[in-house]
Design a protein around this ligand. Structure first.
Ligand SMILES: [Zn+2]
Length: 237
């Protein structure tokens, strides 16, 4: 049975970005500041809008917002590629008001260095539009970056942050520390082996069985300590 004909027509070309958008209207949002809400039913696959604004280099964008409060996440910068950023705050359209959502009904696509917002689900009239910002983490992020980009989209799928990956990666220093531990472990193993050898020798020297055991234990302990110490030192290097 063909159901395609029953489906609403999917519009694959973006509306004129500088005219009022036929698909959504801007209103205050519970999620964050202003948001974009469907004026009408939007079929899955519809190209809702192009994200436009001043096209600048990363350096220019950085310089532009250098003096801004780092705790303000309300910038309209959209990363196009390694060279270009679109600043929706300068000469931009209303697409800049589409909020982040962890349960997105839209997605952003870059085609020939232009950015579009497409519906990836059927969107009912009145629904707020949202796409996953997936803001990349950067080594220059302020320590409270997770608070700045905390997500309050309210979806059951909310991962709590607009950042991606959601969890702060472990600093490299810790990784090196883990390496140390591994080396130390290896050292310990070597120490144990050496201690056993020494203990055996000591046991041979000792006359009685019991005495031998005791002596062996003592010597083994001492030897193990010594070797372990050395192993730790090597590991630290
Ligand atoms: Zn969320």
């Amino acid at each position: 049975m063909a159901t395609a004909s029953k489906k609403a027509k999917v519009v694959k070309t973006a509306p004129d970005p500088y005219q009022p958008n036929p698909w959504y209207a801007v209103r205050n949002s519970k999620v964050h500041g202003k948001g974009c809400f469907a004026r009408q039913f939007i079929p899955k696959g519809t190209r809702i809008s192009e994200y436009v604004g001043d096209r600048v280099t990363w350096a220019e964008a950085d310089a532009r917002y250098e003096g801004y409060d780092v705790n303000d996440n309300h910038t309209f910068l959209f990363i196009v590629d390694r060279k270009t950023v679109i600043d929706g705050g300068v000469g931009g359209n209303e697409a800049r008001f589409i909020n982040h959502s962890c349960d997105e009904n839209c997605e952003s696509t870059v085609e020939k260095s232009r950015v579009y917002i497409d519906a990836i689900k059927d969107i009912q009239k009145g629904e707020e539009l949202g796409y996953d910002y997936q803001i990349g983490r950067d080594k220059n992020d302020p320590p409270n970056v997770d608070e700045i980009y905390a997500c309050r989209c309210g979806s059951p799928k909310c991962r709590g942050t607009m950042l991606f990956p959601a969890k702060r990666p472990k600093p490299k220093k810790k990784k090196r520390a883990a390496g140390k531990t591994a080396a130390a472990k290896r050292g310990k193993k070597v120490a144990k082996k050496a201690a056993k050898k020494v203990a055996k020798k000591a046991a041979k020297k000792a006359a009685g069985k019991k005495a031998a055991k005791k002596a062996a234990k003592k010597v083994a302990k001492k030897a193990a300590k010594k070797v372990a110490k050395r192993a730790k030192k090597t590991a630290r290097r």
